[in-house]
Design a binder for this molecule. Structure first.
Ligand code: ATP
Ligand code: MG
Length: 205
């Protein structure tokens, strides 16, 4: 049986925006991934300064609204359903266990934007994590090398996963800020998510 190539796209997705979708699509096409798994985190152990503004359930629903239309994309609720901080290593192990149970062969990759690497050395069991799921890192066009925060022992594998992408200058922070200021966001967020945001009056305060 052919190995399924899977990209795991984790994040807070508060809210999910075109930057996330763009990263996933570029990685899917460049690295010929069969599936992209979007996994909203309950709370990020490293984002200690603020908890997500939208609830776990709302961020999950927004991710589902976006992924529904995209071929090969799937959303898992495992991290939002587990209480407490979300650790990627636990999710990776659970995905491997699921595949084993279904007698499927999988090859996992971690999909990351450059900014997510800043604190990579602080991720739980990071050495084991990259062994089980080597990172594919979306890097803006011209830049050489990798950002700081990567443990020396992981430099080689991170370098290998460096993928040139046309990264959109969008962040959830920007989207939340614009919504609060009642500015147009249709160029940053898919229409279904924007409808959901208006319907539930998210991010307006
Ligand atoms: P926030 O502004 O709240 O930090 P964010 O937009 O960075 O939110 P996250 O949920 O923190 O979104 O990011 C999830 C993943 O998506 C991370 O790996 C991050 O690097 C990546 N990512 C976020 N925005 C972009 C973008 N515009 N282009 C490429 N990758 C992105
Ligand atoms: Mg971020």
């Amino acid at each position: 049986m052919k190995k399924q190539r899977i990209g795991l796209l984790g994040g807070t997705f508060d809210p999910l925006h075109f930057g996330h979708i763009h990263l996933g699509i570029e990685m899917q096409e460049t690295h010929v991934l069969d599936t992209i798994i979007v996994c909203p985190a309950a709370s990020s152990p490293l984002k200690t300064t603020r908890t997500p503004q939208a609830s776990n359930e709302q961020r999950l629903q927004m991710a589902q609204l976006a992924a529904l239309d995209i071929p090969g994309w799937r959303v898992i609720d495992w991290e939002v359903k587990r209480s407490g901080a979300s650790y990627t290593i636990d999710t990776v192990r659970a995905l491997r266990a699921e595949a084993e149970k279904n007698k499927e062969k999988i090859e996992l990759f971690l999909l990351l934007g450059e900014d997510a690497l800043g604190q990579f050395d602080k991720w739980k069991e990071v050495e084991e994590l990259v062994r089980l799921a080597p990172p594919l890192i979306g890097v803006r066009g011209q830049r050489e090398g990798l950002p700081a925060g990567i443990p020396p022992s992981l430099e080689e594998i991170c370098q290998k996963g460096r993928t040139r992408t046309r990264v959109f200058e969008i962040s959830s922070t920007l989207v939340r800020d614009r919504l609060k200021r009642k500015l147009y966001c249709g160029h940053l967020v898919p229409p279904k998510i924007l409808d959901f945001i208006y319907q539930h009056q998210l991010y307006f305060y």
